[in-house]
Design a protein around this ligand. Structure first.
Ligand code: FE2
Ligand code: FE2
Length: 474
């Protein structure tokens, strides 16, 4: 499964044997580079960035580190090795052979799933395009760029599937993925969270912690798919996704370290004093968390969805860690609890589990997210501070599903419009919060130096020292 880098498009799928596909992808390639130049990382063309590139898909030795100009990054097509005689392990086709091609009756749904996933990849690059100008260190700048080139590669992964398996429709969809733009009024990205701004580095760290974790759960569910090429490509994408979540988790953790240090030095928990000392107060961190968490859990879709049932029963999309579960993997006749509001109260109700699979995946995501918030709280604990970050109630600030539009406090109490208005600025980042965080952003480019609002990391990348020159300015 070694990757062939002698080709115009690096790959481990014997692309050279399929001339039609190779030609289609080679025609798409310059459009991708044009997109990168137009809406990719700002003012980055001349920078030499210490990036990792995949050399093989085996878990031990896939990464090679070197200085690269990002537009020369070797984006390519890497699939995990095929499993011999792989069987479908959930849904109505349980026990049948996995599909090496797209069955006609599932073509429209599979295309939709792949396009929706593919659309998020370039979207996040667009959302993050200005952040390089205000990076708090060379180490962080490099991590941002690593995330950006890998999201670009994730787009390649989905475009390969579209072009190889969906004919003319696939080619059109591949083109449209470069035409929609995050936040564009006339032609926005498909999902809400990917049209939000990522205006500062705190937002970036929260995004990579929460929203890239949505990516992890979607990819994990797709890696169970009966459509084997989709399963194999998403498995490899998951290894890249892990780094994105690391950037978010360690980023927020370092912000907290710095904040705790300032609070201890000044012996204060007054947000105003913490801010005056150039750190980000815990209340603002909590509001950013509330925002990114609630926007991200909307990405899992409506709590009850007949599409979710169809995707599962027909074998297109499994559950998180489907193979590790001990039920019948068909789920007919089973139920699951979802929330709704009745007479001003949140109540649980049992619904058919197949229809609630979005909620099942959302709940798995919530468990995983909460674990990391616990690790953040250890930073506060270690600093001897009693304050803690918490994830808001899952009904808070929702825009999708049965809880959309319901006014809810972060603790999950239904509130009226007046109470919402009175507390909104305590619960979600205000324009003033964003302006304050924005005021801290300024580019730090001296190796080993860090902006005053964030602590240095404990170790560097690829065993390099923290003061390594991770990005060289030509
Ligand atoms: Fe991605
Ligand atoms: Fe990602």
């Amino acid at each position: 499964m070694a990757i062939d880098y002698s080709q115009k498009i690096p790959n481990n799928v014997q692309l050279a044997d399929d001339r039609t596909l190779q030609r289609a992808l080679e025609q798409w390639q310059p459009n991708f580079i044009q997109w990168w130049d137009d809406v990719g990382p700002d003012e980055s063309a001349k920078l030499d960035v210490y990036l990792r590139t995949a050399t093989s898909v085996d878990p031990q030795g896939w990464a090679h580190f070197d200085y690269v100009k990002m537009r020369d990054y070797r984006w390519g097509i890497f699939l995990n090795p095929a499993e011999a005689d792989r069987k479908i392990h959930f849904g109505d086709h349980l026990g049948e052979a996995a599909w090496q091609d797209v069955p006609g009756e599932h073509r429209a749904n599979l295309r939709r799933i792949i396009v929706t996933q593919g659309d998020t990849e370039p979207a996040s690059v667009e959302q993050q395009r200005h952040l390089g100008l205000t990076a708090p260190s060379l180490y962080d700048l490099r991590n941002l760029f690593q995330v950006n080139v890998e999201e670009g590669r994730h787009l390649w992964a989905m475009v390969y599937l579209l072009q190889k398996y969906f004919g003319r429709d696939g080619r059109e969809e591949a083109g449209a993925l470069l035409e929609r733009t995050s936040g564009d009024e006339n032609n926005p990205r498909i999902l809400g969270a990917f049209n939000e701004k990522t205006p500062d580095w705190l937002a970036f760290f929260m995004f990579t912690y929460f929203t890239d974790r949505d990516g992890k759960f979607q990819l994990a569910a797709l890696s169970e798919s009966a459509f084997d090429p989709l399963a194999r490509t998403t498995k490899f994408m998951l290894t890249e996704e892990a780094h994105h979540m690391f950037v978010g988790e360690s980023g927020v953790s370092r912000v907290l370290q710095r904040t705790a240090q300032v609070m201890n030095e000044l012996r204060t928990d007054d947000p105003g004093k913490v801010r005056a000392a150039g750190a980000i107060d815990l209340a603002t961190l909590q509001r950013y968390l509330n925002f990114h968490y609630s926007v991200t859990i909307d990405l899992f879709g409506a709590d009850q969805s007949s599409n979710a049932a169809t995707f599962y029963s027909s074998g297109l999309k499994g559950r998180f860690e489907e193979g590790k579960r001990s039920d019948d993997h068909v789920l007919k006749g089973q139920t699951y609890k979802v929330l709704e509001v009745q007479n001003g109260q949140l109540v649980e109700k049992d619904v058919p589990m197949l229809n609630a699979l979005n909620e099942v995946l959302r709940d798995d995501f919530i468990k995983d997210s909460v674990a990391g918030v616990g690790r953040w709280n250890k930073v506060l604990d270690k600093a001897g501070l009693p304050q803690r970050l918490v994830v808001p109630h899952k009904a808070f600030n929702r825009k999708i599903g049965a809880l959309a539009g319901i006014r809810m406090s972060p603790e999950g109490r239904v509130v009226g419009d007046d109470e919402w208005k009175a507390h909104e600025a305590e619960w979600l980042p205000s324009a003033a919060d964003r302006a304050f965080v924005g005021s801290l952003m300024g580019r730090v480019v001296e190796p080993g130096k860090f902006a005053g609002w964030i602590a240095p990391p404990a170790v560097g990348i690829n065993r390099q020292p923290v003061d390594f020159e991770y990005v060289r300015f030509g």
